[in-house]
Design a protein around this ligand. Structure first.
Ligand SMILES: Nc1ncnc2c1ncn2[C@@H]1O[C@H](COP(=O)(O)OP(=O)(O)OP(=O)(O)O)[C@@H](O)[C@H]1O
Ligand SMILES: [Mg+2]
Length: 1023
């Protein structure tokens, strides 16, 4: 289909795309069309005349289609460049060429200034960002623009790009002299101007930064229990960026909090929002608080003039329409005077503004981009305002950072993200640092650390900062209970429950007795918590507390803390509101309520555990649920049950999953005596049986849905997102029989759990369940957050793994020492893949030991780590004593010539190795010679990969010699080196004497197309 046919046939779709897009995007399309002379000035004025975007889009299509096929082709090129690819899905757009570039410098010299401005309009619009005021000042000084015109261009309703366009349009109307002044300014390549802040803005900046400094000084959620200074307690968490732009594999790398806005890892240049995702309690809110503090105390982010921080939890409470101006001034920080000037500055300097949105998952409604809003002064709902800010319809080019739990991030939202960063909690060192910071007495810190490290499941849990805080706070009870007692998340939360209750009663009774005396409190808080969860409500008013019968005394226990007022203008959220000290604590109380209350029956439990198998939306409230049923106490047991059941289907998924995990834990045999032996014991046994049945059934149903293996391939299962949650629930139950039963019917060769957010806590649960598998299988955990702590947790199930894949999991040498220790005793384990971790030469003695002692070991892949020659030499020692390994991958390390020599020597007499990859290791001539000559003696190697190693023609002489005397090698990969025709000819000659070689890869070397043509006679060469 021609471009013009396409535009006609899909006219409706094009109009919808353009009409529903932003004005900014539409205008940047017009910029391009003007620059390529596809629109003349009249047409441009006609098309851009204010009105509905869909009407303008119709005009535009009419104009373009009238101009013929080439114009339509160029229009398609523009759409491709300007729009996000996801907006064009379903349209088959041809691959048309843009117009030929004319020499810019000569063109600009020969043509009029106004023509040059038009020709380079898209670039000039961009260049003028941040310079509008300066240019206008210049034009005014030279008498080209009146004061009134200057003001009109800078009207706050225009975005900086729109201001630049206004400026260009007005200059054109004024004639060539004006255009020349503007052109001279642009051509002088002005650097970014950071204007010196005037007094008015400076005053506002001071007020804003002192407000933020005060807000971020203490960790907000413990305001009721203790004053924890952020500065004293903060420890860096692991922040990882997945580089989806990387070509070969999806590599990831770590980033510091101060560099989150850097250029690394950007997946969408047109978007401004950096998203930080992380599981509950992983430290997202704390990280934003830290950014806030770094800016307010002038320690970082000093290119930002104003920072505006919002909590999505609290934004839910703004029930009246607000404009951007109201949001910033009334709900963040009020400028004491000159509001208009301050606001004008904000609009004019978007690149100096930062927005922070914490807890996107806590919004009551799901993200939508249907309602466009571009006016900074017109009020709309707060939610829509935020959604439009995220899309860039408002305040484009500001820095925005937002946090969310992973499952609230929809594909629709992803379109507007510049990059995604994953927050992965504390590293091993982080845990240690945190515990030391919590306990100034170094011997008690030492004691706690020792205790934690000795209990590996507990150590795994501490990787989540919030759990680490509980463990550190409750250390005394923890140690009294003994090291075997605390394994699960439920155990940890019972500790904090016990801690607060005991602290309050000051008694030395046991937990059961204290709990029994506090049944009413647990009941009230539990009801409040559950009602809140089912309606996505995390802040409670005095009236809600009253309805749930929460008394002053209940509050004083410390589980509820004052909700920080974020606005004096917002009447609902004031200091008399409360929230649980963390949402997971709210989940825990909801779980206590579900477990201990006989009002809550089987159907609620069923909904809780079946949640989302039928309903796949990640969250969120429907309008009906928002209105009805909330906190309504006067209901019969049956009504109550029905209500919970229905509302559970609507509540936020990750909180419900956490609640379900706690319910599993509380129902487990270990905690059945909670609150005394007779407390509703029969009820709880019933509930226990039901949950057990639900879990076993869900998992088995999942297994049954796995398609059979296709001919000759292994049967593989890619786990559903719920799989990890079910496994965690089983672990919380601590029921070996259930674990056995759940996996008894799993019959696969390969279990794939890539990108499933698996950290140490999940590893513990996986190992607990998978160790019961009957048949060994491959376990693929690539691109999770296993880390060294997770490796330790996985050890119990290592023996049922035939292979273990741990690519991109932040594993270091320490983790390897544990892995190898267990691998030596795991008869089934034959393959280990550790591509892209943090391994150094220090891990090689472990692998050498493995090679020496494990005589059924088949494959070791250590690509993209930090091994050098020294490491390769150690590995080579191991290899010499091994005759089972068939695959060794060292792609992307730095083993150099010496390392390659050592490996070559080890392989001379080897009788098993089929495949060796040394791609990108800078083996150079020394290494090449050794490897080539190894081929003379080796009789088994079938594939040798040496791409990207700086090999030259002389090295090919050695390979020619090697190949002449080798009869096993089938594939030799020499692509991306520095070999020229001469080198290839050495190889061609040698091939005359070699019949085993099937293919030699030579692409990306220094050979011309003609030379390649001449060598096609040797068909085994691949260029
Ligand atoms: N970097 C850190 N340094 C020290 N303590 C931390 C850090 N991050 C988190 N914590 C501790 O863990 C608690 C919970 O963290 P936070 O509230 O930031 O988690 P979150 O990821 O926002 O959880 P949610 O998903 O429920 O919103 C904090 O109150 C603090 O005690
Ligand atoms: Mg949070």
């Amino acid at each position: 289909m021609n471009a013009d046919q396409l535009l006609k046939a899909r006219r409706h779709q094009f109009i919808t795309i353009l009409g529903r897009g932003s004005v900014e995007v539409f205008e940047s399309i017009l910029d391009r069309l003007l620059a390529w002379d596809l629109l003349n000035w009249e047409e441009y004025e006609y098309v851009k005349s204010p009105g509905l975007l869909s009407r303008s889009s119709r005009y535009l299509l009419d104009v373009i289609v009238c101009k013929g096929t080439r114009a339509c082709e160029l229009f398609v090129v523009v759409l491709r460049d300007v729009l996000h690819s996801s907006q064009l899905t379903g349209l088959i757009l041809g691959n048309y060429k843009p117009p030929e570039e004319t020499d810019k410098s000569s063109a600009s010299r020969s043509s009029l200034a106004s023509q040059t401005l038009q020709k380079h309009r898209p670039d000039i619009v961009r260049k003028l960002h941040g310079h509008i005021a300066a240019v206008l000042e210049l034009l005014h000084r030279h008498g080209h623009f009146s004061k009134y015109e200057c003001e009109e261009v800078q009207l706050p309703i225009y975005t900086p790009s729109q201001q630049a366009r206004k400026l260009l349009d007005l200059s054109k109307a004024k004639g060539d002299d004006t255009a020349q002044v503007l052109l001279d300014y642009v051509e002088s390549e002005p650097g970014p101007v950071k204007p010196i802040l005037g007094n008015i803005c400076l005053k506002y900046q001071e007020k804003l930064s002192s407000t933020l400094a005060a807000q971020s000084r203490f960790l907000t959620n413990y305001a009721g229990t203790e004053n924890m200074c952020l500065e004293d307690i903060y420890v860096d968490c692991i922040l990882e960026i997945s580089n989806t732009a990387a070509e070969n594999d999806c590599l990831s790398f770590l980033v510091g909090l101060e560099n989150i806005f850097g250029s690394d890892g950007v997946s969408n240049k047109d978007a401004d929002t950096v998203l930080i995702t992380g599981e509950a309690g992983s430290g997202k809110s704390t990280s934003l608080q830290k950014i806030q503090q770094l800016w307010a105390t002038k320690q970082a982010f000093q290119d930002i003039t104003f920072v505006f921080a919002f909590s999505c939890r609290r934004l839910n409470f703004i029930d009246k329409p607000v404009s951007l101006k109201m949001l910033l001034f009334e709900h963040c920080c009020w400028p004491d005077d000159h509001q208009d000037e301050v606001f004008r500055y904000i609009l004019d300097h978007p690149e100096e503004i930062m927005f922070m949105f914490d807890g996107f998952d806590e919004f009551k409604l799901q993200f939508t981009d249907e309602e466009k809003h571009c006016s900074p002064t017109k009020p709309i709902t707060a939610l829509n305002l935020i959604f439009n800010l995220l899309q860039g319809n408002l305040m484009k080019n500001t820095k925005k950072v937002m946090t969310s739990r992973p499952n609230a991030v929809t594909a629709n939202l992803r379109k507007y993200l510049q990059k995604e960063i994953t927050l992965k909690g504390f590293s091993r060192e982080g845990i240690e640092m945190f515990i030391r910071k919590c306990h100034s007495n170094s011997s008690s810190a030492e004691h706690i650390l020792h205790f934690v490290e000795a209990n590996s499941a507990l150590h795994g849990l501490c990787h989540v900062p919030f759990f680490c805080w509980i463990v550190s706070k409750c250390h005394e009870q923890l140690m009294q209970n003994g090291s075997d007692f605390t394994h699960t998340m439920t155990d940890v939360y019972l500790l904090i429950l016990e801690h607060f209750l005991l602290h309050f009663t000051q008694s030395c009774q046991g937990i059961n007795e204290v709990l029994l005396s506090r049944v009413a409190t647990v009941h009230h808080l539990g009801k409040l918590a559950l009602d809140g969860l089912t309606s996505c409500c995390y802040i409670f008013s005095a009236a809600q507390l009253q309805e749930a019968e929460v008394s002053e005394e209940d509050i004083s226990l410390g589980f509820l803390v004052h909700s920080h007022s974020f606005s004096h203008a917002c009447s609902v959220v004031n200091n008399r509101n409360y929230e649980f000290l963390h949402i997971t604590v709210q989940c825990f109380f909801a779980a206590l309520y579900i477990t201990l209350n006989d009002n809550v029956g089987q159907s609620t439990l069923y909904s809780l555990f079946k949640h989302n198998q039928e309903n796949t939306s990640p969250c969120m409230m429907s309008a009906a649920c928002l209105k009805g049923w909330l906190f309504d106490c006067d209901q019969s047991g049956e009504q109550h049950e029905r209500r919970s059941e229905v509302m559970l289907q609507e509540a936020e998924r990750s909180n419900l999953q956490i609640t379900a995990s706690f319910v599993s834990g509380l129902l487990s045999g270990r905690h059945r005596n909670l609150m005394g032996k007779n407390f509703l014991i029969q009820q709880r046994c019933k509930k226990y049986k039901l949950v057990k049945k639900c879990l076993a059934k869900s998992i088995q149903k999942h297994f049954l849905s796995i398609p059979p293996a296709v001919g000759g391939e292994k049967k593989s299962m890619h786990a559903l997102p719920e799989f990890v949650w079910w496994i965690k629930c089983i672990y919380e139950m601590q029921d070996n029989n259930l674990a056995k039963q759940a996996v008894s019917k799993l019959d696969v060769d390969h279990l794939k759990l890539t990108y499933c957010g698996i950290g140490p806590v999940e590893c513990t649960a996986l190992a607990y369940v998978l160790k019961h598998l009957k048949n060994p299988m491959g376990l693929q955990l690539d691109y999770n957050s296993v880390g060294d702590l997770g490796i330790e947790q996985l050890l119990p199930c290592l023996d049922i793994c035939q292979s273990i894949y741990l690519r991109g999991n932040n594993i270091s040498d320490q983790g390897i020492s544990k892995l190898v220790d267990r691998a030596l005793d795991s008869c089934n384990l034959q393959k280990i893949a550790l591509f892209h971790n943090n391994l150094t030469d220090a891990c090689t003695p472990y692998f050498a030991k493995l090679l020496k002692h494990k005589d059924n070991f088949l494959a070791l892949r250590l690509g993209n780590n930090h091994l050098t020659a020294a490491g390769a030499e150690v590995l080579a020692e191991g290899l010499k004593q091994n005759n089972s390994i068939q695959y060794l991958g060292l792609w992307g390390n730095k083993i150099g010539g010496a390392g390659a020599c050592a490996l070559a020597a080890a392989l001379e007499n080897n009788t098993s190795m089929l495949w060796l990859s040394l791609v990108g290791n800078n083996v150079g001539s020394q290494g090449a010679k050794a490897l080539a000559l190894m081929l003379k003696k080796n009789t088994i190697l079938e594939e040798l990969c040496l791409q990207e190693n700086n090999l030259v023609d002389e090295d090919m002489l050695h390979f020619a010699e090697g190949l002449q005397n080798n009869s096993s090698l089938k594939v030799l990969k020499l692509a991306q080196n520095r070999i020229s025709r001469k080198g290839v000819e050495f190889i061609v000659k040698a091939l005359k004497h070699n019949v085993t070689i099937a293919s030699i890869w030579l692409g990306g070397n220094h050979v011309t197309a003609e030379e390649i043509e001449e060598m096609t006679a040797e068909r085994r060469l691949t260029f």
